[in-house]
Design a protein around this ligand. Structure first.
Ligand SMILES: Nc1ncnc2c1ncn2[C@@H]1O[C@H](COP(=O)(O)OP(=O)(O)OP(=O)(O)O)[C@@H](O)[C@H]1O
Length: 323
């Protein structure tokens, strides 16, 4: 994206293509041979239970990790394995844990995101020559435009740390947009947000897509993801379990099983799940047995108490009669 004008979103050009991406950490394979495409104008969701490998996959796409195997291309060119070069190539991202410069202003945070698009060199910056001043003014204008886009222009001079949580997340998105990406990767953009903030985040992501920026988003909030995404891929234990439209993925029983923890055919850890279920069934049966025993005991105690009352009554009556 090089301006804020709305672009045609009907094109099917592939923006990002990950082929056979594998990431191993010693003996642990966090991502196993994952293929994924994001086309221009698309919002693609990446879901999966905790520890499924979603963030690791993002890190492989953005140069934070060099994949053990596989390739990642952006608009047909293999992405360089360094984060700032990936950003310069046109892929921006946000992080699961907000990474703002807390003691800098809102505007300064967005300006930091502009650095890959600023051509002025060190000497120009030090001497603050006319070239630098012109570039600085242009960057500031662009940053203000982005703040307006996310609705934070009135807080440009506030310190980032003083923003409410939902606005800090928005600011992170504005900072990522400042590098004029063609693709933005959002890692849990609604984490910790209330329902209103989540709704606003959804609108913001649609607006980003409408500006011609493709979106790949990781989220745990299923309602959010299925509302938002054109396609959704689900990772389970590092592998892509399924990819399809929101409706296809939402209704797939393997996805439901992955989230609810029910075993499905071929699922890793099936034996362990069966073992846990057997143990739970055993514990339930024992609890039911104990409850029956307790019931029996309390019934006996009740009978004994009734009998004792009856005995006491008859004694009283006998005593009365004797008087
Ligand atoms: N730098 C690392 N070194 C070793 N293991 C790692 C590293 N990063 C991630 N892992 C492991 O890789 C697996 C996948 O983790 P990852 O954070 O990618 O999952 P996730 O799907 O993003 O989870 P969540 O939804 O909880 O954020 C986990 O078992 C994790 O412990």
């Amino acid at each position: 994206m090089n301006d804020m004008t709305t672009t045609d979103t009907t094109t099917t050009t592939t923006v990002l293509e990950a082929s056979g991406v594998t990431m191993r950490f010693g003996g642990l394979t966090a991502v196993k041979g994952v293929d994924l495409k994001v086309n221009a104008g698309e919002i693609v969701g990446l879901i999966g239970p905790n520890g499924a490998g979603k963030t690791t996959f993002f890190n492989c796409l953005t140069g934070l990790y060099v994949p053990t195997e596989g390739t990642v291309t952006y608009k047909g060119t293999v992405l360089p394995p360094t984060p700032h070069k990936v950003t310069a190539a046109g892929v921006a991202r946000t992080f699961q844990n907000i990474r703002l410069f807390h003691n800098m202003t809102v505007l300064e945070n967005v300006l930091v995101g502009r650095h890959t698009r600023t051509k002025e060199g060190l000497w120009s910056a030090l001497l603050r020559g006319p070239g630098f001043k012109k570039a600085e003014a242009a960057s500031e204008a662009r940053a203000m435009e982005l703040l307006e886009f996310i609705g934070l222009q009135h807080k440009a001079q506030h310190l980032a740390k003083n923003l409410p949580y939902g606005e800090q997340r928005k600011l992170e998105i504005a900072r990522a947009l400042a590098s004029d990406p063609g693709l933005i990767l959002l890692d849990e953009p609604t984490a910790g947000m209330n329902p209103q903030e989540t709704r606003a985040a959804e609108e913001l992501i649609f607006a980003i897509r409408d500006k011609g920026i493709a979106v790949l988003v990781i989220e745990h909030d299923m309602r959010f993801i299925f509302n938002l995404c054109d396609r959704v891929a689900c990772l389970v234990q590092g592998e892509k379990l399924i990819e399809g439209t929101a409706a296809e993925v939402q209704g797939d029983e393997r996805v439901i099983a992955a989230y609810l923890g029910t075993p499905f055919e071929g699922a890793p850890g099936e034996e362990e799940v069966a073992e846990v279920e057997a143990a739970e069934a055993h514990a339930e049966a024992e609890a039911a047995e104990t409850a029956t025993e307790d019931e029996g005991e309390s019934e006996t105690a009740e009978t004994e108490a009734t009998q004792a009352d009856a005995d006491a009554d008859s004694t009283t009556r006998t005593e009365g009669e004797a008087k």
